[in-house]
Design a protein around this ligand. Structure first.
Ligand code: FES
Length: 103
């Protein structure tokens, strides 16, 4: 079974940017790239930094602490010192709500 969790209103989405939200007690980063929305863990896999404080350019999020980068579409590291992938999660929009699946 799959559980879609109602995470936030589409009105609250940023434009081509990242925000940090809590989904079911987890710290999740939500990214918008054009009309697409992506979700990953918010905590960098390299150290203790939140990616929502970083800089989104296209599909890449740059960590605010050591400037490691990840592809927000699949969580893959694209620039050192980030080497471990981020967990990423399916996102869907239904009506005016954004849903995330954490399983
Ligand atoms: Fe993110 Fe070091 S904590 S690159």
């Amino acid at each position: 079974t799959t559980t879609w969790i109602d995470a936030l209103a589409t009105d609250a989405l940023p434009t081509d940017d990242v925000i940090g939200i809590e989904v079911d007690g987890r710290d999740i980063a939500l990214y918008t790239v054009g009309d697409a929305v992506y979700a990953t863990d918010n905590l960098c896999t390299h150290g203790h930094a939140r990616l929502c404080d970083g800089f989104l350019e296209g599909h890449e999020i740059e960590c605010p602490l050591h400037q490691g980068k990840f592809d927000v579409r699949d969580g893959k590291p694209t620039c050192e010192p980030a080497t471990e992938p981020l967990r990423h999660y399916p996102v869907k929009i239904e009506g005016s709500r954004v849903f995330v699946r954490l399983d």
